[in-house]
Design a protein around this ligand. Sequence first.
Ligand code: SF4
Length: 349
Amino acid sequence: MTRPIRAVALISGGLDSMLAARLIQDQGVHVEGLNFYTGFCVEGHTHAIRRHDRDRPKRNNALWVAEQLGVPLHIVDVVEDYKDVVINPRHGYGQFMNPCLDCKGFMVARAREWMEQHDFDFIITGEVIGQRPKSQLRRSMPIVARESGAGDRLLRPLCAKLLEPTLPEREGWVDREQLLDWSGRSRKPQIELAEAFGFEDYAQPAGGCCFLTDPYYSRKLRDLWQARGERRYELDDIMLLKVGRHLRPRPHFKLIIAREEGENRFLQGYRRAFTHLEPVTHPGPLCLLDGEASDEDLQLAARLVARFSRGREAPSVTVAVAGAGGADRRELSVPPLPVEQVPQEWYIT
Ligand code: SF4
């Protein structure tokens, strides 16, 4: 070969993929990063919305990692294609609604396509055997390689020595001896290697990068499908599951109530699409109503919104109710619903 060997690294924004890419860079291979936007990513806008997250860095961790490594990053929007992974995972879900094994297969398959289109030689991922249940079990590794079509062009530098040699190792594009043999859940080796490389700041090593591993988020997603009577979603649906307090007082509608100022501002953008309620006489949260509501339901919704306003102890709170885009605006004066009349099962979060 006359050109340098080129590898595409899946960059999630976490430490493992960062270390894996760096190990291969250090062997003189040209590395570029690939990051897939699924809509379920934890980083990004949610930290920018909520006030209590304001001390966290407002950064895209994948871009930040690429910058630390000095490699170009290609961010690919896979929102549409990823739906099938979440809705119909062939290998099922993990502990919550996380279809990790299918997700890995999907991402490596997309990386393989990218590799072929851009004339790269192999793919790098930051997997470690036994690090996460199911998707990183030793027996899952060949499944991902096979089902993605990547075969032995898929190299996992952090645990390569525990696996069969791949094409890049056999061809001498990388030195297997310089790869690692990590397994298990301990994060100690990652942290030590990060220090050795001089990486002082990186995303929480054990932190999930995807909302599908969150029990509350998963519950809200299941509730959404159940209320709709079908398993489908749009990007706005999954964005809204990340924001606000979700309550379902009746099977045919739910309320999304802002928990703080940042969420209030974010939900404002959805007033054009949803019936919405907001206290007028007292400071309080904006609330979106998802579903169909009768006049009686709107009364109940207004009482709940009053309950979460500063007028919760007042005899009456006036709540403005309007249809999507502000249609049919009216004001309802209602007594706030006492806390003991809000059953726990109404809370989806
Ligand atoms: S945690 Fe989320 S992004 Fe990561 S493999 Fe599982 S489903 Fe995919």
